[in-house]
Design a protein. Structure first.
Ligand SMILES: Cc1cc2nc3c(=O)[nH]c(=O)nc-3n(C[C@H](O)[C@H](O)[C@H](O)COP(=O)(O)OP(=O)(O)OC[C@H]3O[C@@H](n4cnc5c(N)ncnc54)[C@H](O)[C@@H]3O)c2cc1C
Ligand code: SF4
Ligand code: FES
Lengths: 283, 494
């Protein structure tokens, strides 16, 4: 099986979107699920990526990723016609989709990618969808058009005010939660710190909140425990019990500390890879 | 010189045997043959196999120690009933290929079993010679002999014959030892066999868990190569339950029988304070990162990082704990502590691994147990608080229960903690296969033919037994394959 890249698009400075041949995953995947991929089958690191969309007929899946470590950097360099080392999945439990009423979807940074699949499914199930997208600056707001197309209402905020409102996502979220009637559900996907603060807001207003966690993963099948988080005082494995959890139960502080685990090492490796790219003439 | 005299010694024994004069007393007098090993200091910094295997001369001398007991208690101790007495006699006679043929009647993977079976609680525990000396270490080294003949042959192993096609399709889920046996046995019967593996490399625990220095990956690869040569189709990166469900495999993809051999994949944690700190790993994670993704070569071509701890504590006393501790030694840790709640005699690990771990400098902290793991401001492990224990009354398992000694708390200075206290069954199949019966611990329920509650679905290995052993997984694979072949032949499955 060759996991060939059939389309490649740069969404922002460091965010890339690729469509990859993976017919079985394309057929099986549901909103909220992810895959484990590697840039190179022999020695590659295994990284989890949410399936942002799929075309079962063409047998392709869409992945959106940020260039942060060596693997994502190498993936960004693979041209159309090239192939990934492997794609395994879909993994994780699918999102529970039903008609809740009004669903507010909050996306931050790269979190917009997994959110899009869920927002689409929520809309299809007959929900009123309000979307809030946040980023540091205009350049980093991805998939805005796609969300605008499906949402009943969309609010964009940036930290520096370069696009949309100058605010953090929690501000419009608070406003929406204080409306009468309150939204029936919030779905929040983004940086851990953002999910944490959004959950504090929705908890105040007693709006049930789903978050999708993006922890370290190795196997993605429950074998290593590297993806463990504490939810409601219990140890849960994100890859088999999640990736979605009740945001009001997640121990975000603990999770954030764990996320720093391999950061330093990863940075070092990334620098080496950049040097290597320079040497071989890529910029 | 020494070899010459040993050769003469063997010849004398053989001559005496030929004359019918070799007595039990003579056999008892033969010194047990030690297996050559890599130097204890040198091997601390390489991944190569530690035990080097017998020479032909050593093997024959060791085999001469066997009394050929009429009742052969060793066979009773073997989970797959290898005709031990007979294969050992063939080795003594120098007919190594005959010996291997006898082993292969019952075991498909002698090169693996010879290395990793817990012989001292199986065949060698029962051996009359060991009983005579009241020391299981004095038993005939059946495992080493098995390994010896397997290694001789593996260089030029032949591919088993495959019967003409039956047109039936068998799916094997998981490429562990159980799955390998089922694939081989059902393929031999002429069925079309596909093996599905979630990981990007086939082999199961033998590739991602057990380290190179104990079981070279080359051996596992050879087993997989043989399967492929027999025409078994191996599909990696395929997670049954998610990529396709068992129901889809049977109803849409045309499989007539499915064997579930997905292992015991869910690591247990201690549920103590500090287990989320950076530097705490399950042994599975630690070993997978190092074995499968070669994290020890991070920065030299391999991409998966592992923070190489300087002072490492490993919790547990089984094979997994030994493997993790010895791996930490090889990754350059200055101090490696093995922390175990009971005493050394209760350790479930193979004696040989305990012995090797000690030789390599692992510090055994028995009758100790962690209370909590201490962290720094930024969430890294900086120590582990432990309590000392003493042995009290026996518990349900018959082992003396460890009881904490009041006021004995102390802090072990470590930066890495590896938890190796066991695995529970993987929930993925249970989550995705309604109609398949599981017990309350999450293990699949099977009958004596390894048939599950679903027609056409069979199961074996750790997912049925709980974390067990390679030989037991193989044994169940054999049983399941037999049932599959019989049921398919009897057209019980459509
Ligand atoms: C570190 C370590 C050391 C050990 N040492 C010893 C020893 O010295 N002696 C001994 O006898 N035993 C030892 N064991 C135990 C032994 O390895 C197991 O009992 C044995 O491997 C179980 O075999 P199995 O057939 O159940 O499959 P496993 O070897 O457990 O393999 C199962 C396979 O199934 C795959 N899988 C899981 N879920 C799915 C899915 N949904 N779809 C597709 N594939 C899937 C997994 O990726 C895996 O490759 C050790 C175990 C470990 C972890
Ligand atoms: S019990 Fe020991 S001595 Fe007796 S047949 Fe078996 S291996 Fe030989
Ligand atoms: S990624 Fe290994 S258990 Fe979840």
């Amino acid at each position: 099986m060759l996991y060939r890249i059939v389309a490649h698009k740069q969404l922002s400075d460091n965010v890339f979107q690729i469509d990859v041949d993976a017919p079985l995953v394309a057929r099986a995947r549901k909103a909220g699920q992810f895959v484990i991929v590697s840039s190179d089958a022999a020695s590659g690191e295994r990284i989890p990526l949410t399936v942002a969309g799929a075309d079962p007929e063409a047998g392709t899946i869409r992945l959106i990723f940020q260039r942060v470590g060596k693997t994502t950097a190498a993936m960004a360099d693979i041209p159309v016609g090239g192939a990934l080392g492997y794609v395994a999945g879909p993994l994780g439990r699918p999102t529970h989709i039903e008609k809740f009423g009004t669903v507010v979807c909050v996306g931050g940074g790269i979190g917009n990618a997994p959110l899009l699949a869920i927002a689409t499914a929520m809309k299809e199930a007959g929900n009123r969808v309000i979307t809030i997208l946040g980023a540091r600056t205009q350049e980093l707001v991805i998939l805005e058009d796609e969300f605008a197309g499906l949402s009943d209402d969309i609010i964009v905020v940036t930290d520096d005010g370069s696009h949309g409102r100058k605010a953090l996502v929690t501000e419009p979220l608070k406003e929406i939660c204080s409306r009468d009637p309150r939204p029936n559900l919030a779905v929040v996907i983004g940086p851990t710190i953002m999910m944490k603060f959004c959950c504090e807001v929705t908890k105040q207003f007693e709006v049930p909140t789903q978050v999708s966690l993006n922890t370290i993963m190795v196997d993605g099948t429950g074998m290593c425990g590297g993806c463990r988080v504490e939810v409601g005082g219990k140890t849960k494995f994100v890859c088999v019990d999640g990736p979605e959890f009740d945001g009001h139960q997640v121990n975000f502080d603990q999770m954030m500390r764990r996320m720093t685990a391999y950061k330093e090492l990863e940075k070092r490796e990334m620098e080496q890879y950049q040097k290597h790219r320079c040497k071989i003439g890529l910029k | 010189m020494i070899v010459d005299s040993q050769e003469r010694y063997l010849q004398e024994l053989l001559d005496k045997q030929a004359r019918g004069e070799l007595k039990a007393k003579d056999r008892y007098a033969i010194p047990p043959q030690d297996m050559p090993v890599q130097d204890g200091v040198e091997r601390r910094s390489n991944m190569s196999e530690v035990a080097l295997g017998y020479t032909a001369l050593q093997a024959r001398l060791e085999a001469m120690r066997c009394l050929g007991c009429a009742n052969a208690p060793c066979v009773e101790g073997c989970p797959v009933r290898i005709r031990i007495k007979d294969f050992v006699a063939e080795i003594a006679a120098g007919r190594f290929d005959h010996a291997l043929a006898i082993i292969k009647e019952n075991s498909l993977l002698p090169a693996v079993c010879g290395r990793v079976c817990p012989q001292e609680v199986q065949c060698q525990e029962r051996c009359t010679v060991g009983k005579k000396f009241k020391d299981p270490n004095m038993s005939v080294s059946i495992g080493r002999l098995e390994r010896f003949v397997a290694d001789l042959a593996s260089a030029g192993g032949q591919t088993p014959q495959v019967a003409p096609s039956t047109g039936k399709k068998v799916a094997v889920i998981g490429s562990g030892p159980g799955g390998i046996v089922v694939a081989a046995d059902t393929r031999r019967a002429g069925h079309e066999v596909t093996m599905f593996e979630a990981f990007h490399k086939p082999g199961g625990v033998k590739v991602y868990g057990i380290p190179e220095f104990r079981l070279p990956k080359k051996i596992v690869q050879e087993e997989i190569d043989v399967l492929e040569k027999m025409g078994v189709k191996i599909v990696c990166n395929y997670i049954v339950g998610r990529t396709r469900t068992i129901e889809q495999l049977m109803q849409e993809d045309g499989f007539d029988a499915v064997y579930v051999g997905v292992g015991a994949g869910l690591p247990k944690f201690m549920n103590i304070e500090g287990e989320y700190l950076v530097g705490v790993y399950s042994a599975n994670e630690y070993l997978t990162r190092t074995n499968l993704m070669k994290a020890y070569a991070f920065g030299q071509g391999a991409d998966t990082p592992i923070a190489a701890g300087k002072k490492v504590a490993v919790l547990g006393g089984g094979n997994v704990a030994m493997d993790a501790a010895r791996m930490a030694v090889r990754l350059g840790a200055e101090k490696v502590y093995l922390v175990y709640r009971r005493s050394e005699v209760e350790m479930p690990a193979r004696i040989e691994e305990v012995h090797h771990a000690k030789e390599e400098g692992v510090i055994f902290c028995t009758l100790q147990n962690p209370q909590r793991i201490l962290g720094s401001e930024d969430g890294h492990v900086v120590g582990m608080e432990c309590l000392r224990y003493e042995l009290g009354e026996p518990d349900e398992s018959g082992r003396r229960r460890p009881v904490a000694i009041k006021g004995s708390a102390f802090v072990l200075d470590v930066d890495t903690v590896i938890v190796a206290i066991g695995n529970g069954p993987n929930p993925l199949i249970e989550q995705t296969t309604p109609g398949l019966e599981f017990n309350k611990w999450g293990n699949i329920v099977v009958d004596e033919g390894c048939r599950t509650s679903m027609k056409g679905v069979y199961a074996g290995g750790d997912i049925v037994l709980g974390a067990a052993t390679i030989i037991l997984a193989m044994g169940q694979g054999r049983i399941a394959a037999k049932a599959i072949n019989a049921d398919l032949a009897a057209k019980k499955l459509s």
